[in-house]
Design a protein around this ligand. Structure first.
Ligand SMILES: [Zn+2]
Length: 117
């Protein structure tokens, strides 16, 4: 994966406001349902650091959860402040790009496995 694929050109809400839109420097555009990102939160409170086991289950997250604000963390990640008060999750760009739910990315063989660290 080249560098431009993991660098966002712009980050913001989709036109209808229902999803998070990230346009990448390689021209790819990703749309993320907010709840799916919340469920993928990689922080130590949501994933056991030692075992990698996900402690956050879908039943723990409201259907209407959404980011109240999004901050850049250095040059490598985004930090979301969620409507449920959670804000410790830092999503590296590479991780976000790997989560792109579009048909092109989900069918790409280089996408990596669910459990890769
Ligand atoms: Zn978390």
């Amino acid at each position: 994966m080249n560098d431009s694929a993991t660098r966002p050109e712009s980050v913001g809400p989709s036109e209808d406001g229902a999803q998070l839109r990230i346009e990448w420097k390689d021209g790819h555009v990703s749309f993320y349902p907010p709840r799916s990102l919340r469920l993928r939160c990689p922080c130590a409170g949501c994933v056991d650091e030692l075992t990698g086991e996900r402690m956050l289950t879908p039943g723990m997250v409201r259907e209407d959860v959404h980011p109240l604000s999004i901050q850049y963390v250095g040059r490598y990640a985004l930090q979301f402040h969620w409507s449920d008060g959670h804000s410790t999750g830092i999503f590296p760009f590479e991780y976000l790009r790997g989560l792109c739910p579009c048909s092109v990315c989900t069918s790409a063989p280089s996408g990596g496995s669910e459990n890769s660290q």
